[in-house]
Design a protein around this ligand. Structure first.
Ligand code: ZN
Length: 202
């Protein structure tokens, strides 16, 4: 039997923090303590930022990005090159590519990858919307999917779907520099930039 050492509010904070990626129970306790110690500087503004984010966050109806406006900041930016759509699995990948800073394109977030064993087929992903978008003025669709088995089989499926759509759009993929099994979010910006610049037509 474990004894209580804090009130339920702090326990609750620790339990929630422990659900964050990369944080286990031990680091969640450290994070909670750090927040409590830095109440004015961190806990108060963080609580306010979270409340504001949960109130305003929305999914872009054009590309699937998350933002506080719809269409998202990227889709609404008139300086973006609308001839190139960059397809990613998750919003985290979009952010990674933006950090690499070599693209001035628009994006399409699939919401994951094909995974029949987990019941994720084409209908569960934003694939129909992508095919609908892949027409002039779009000239190229860059599949910036993870170099995992699932990412690559998703890329094959998308290539077929896009060629069947027959809009004459070039389909390309990230080139060398992305290690087998590599997830974009974990790559450094230089590697990502090199993979984008040397992308290859499929
Ligand atoms: Zn958008």
């Amino acid at each position: 039997m474990s004894r209580r050492t804090t009130g339920p509010e702090i326990e609750r904070l620790i339990q929630l923090l422990a659900k964050l990626p990369g944080l286990g129970p031990r680091s969640a306790r450290r994070a909670a303590l750090f927040l409590i110690k830095n109440r004015e500087r961190l806990l108060v503004p963080m609580a306010a930022a979270m409340a504001e984010a949960q109130e305003k966050v929305t999914v872009c109806s054009e590309c699937g990005n998350v933002d506080t406006v719809d269409p998202c900041t990227i889709c609404a930016d008139p300086r973006r090159d609308r001839k190139l759509i960059v397809v990613v699995e998750e919003v985290g990948d979009l952010w990674a590519l933006e950090r690499a800073g070599v693209l001035n394109a628009i994006y399409h977030v699939l919401g994951g990858h094909l995974s029949p064993l987990d019941g994720i087929g084409p209908e569960q992903l934003n694939i129909a919307q992508l095919v609908a978008r892949a027409k002039p003025p779009v000239k190229e669709v860059l599949l910036a999917l993870n170099a995992t088995v699932e990412g690559q089989s998703t890329a094959h499926y998308l290539t077929e779907q896009l060629s069947h759509a027959g809009a004459g759009v070039v389909v390309s993929r990230l080139a060398h520099g992305v290690p087998i099994g590599g997830e974009l979010d974990y790559l450094d910006e230089g590697t990502l930039a090199a993979a984008i610049k040397t992308r290859q037509q499929i």
